[in-house]
Design a binder for this molecule. Sequence first.
Ligand SMILES: [Zn+2]
Length: 144
Amino acid sequence: MTSEKTQNCSMCNRWKSDEALRIMEFRLSYLVLNRDQFFPGYCLLFTKQHATELFHLEQKARQELMEEVSRVACVLSGLFKADKINYELLGNMVPHIHWHLVPRLRHDPLWPRPVWAEPHQELLLTDEEYRQRSAAIRQALEAV
Ligand SMILES: [Zn+2]
């Protein structure tokens, strides 16, 4: 679907935008690493289709999408030794279904509050570090 909406949507264009952050293409969604890695393993999973609400999807697609989300969450939990995975699906700023999947640790500075509870210094990696982290997540996903 190409419309004014999708052309102006940053999430619709995100998969193409930064190769180093790409992790995996699923049937219904894409998974990328979040540029800010203050919370190690912080990923974004977003639908290929431009949709703003889960209830806009067909039931079967919604169920399959939840399986993709859960598969990623399970892998992130193991890889980053998370005490809890946070799933954040807001879409106020970017109204295209996307989850912030964040491995949380009991000793992280914002625990137990949401990652957005207060500002933090962004942690940016080099392209090589992004590629290594993306590859580690990809390999773990392929092994499931
Ligand atoms: Zn979109």
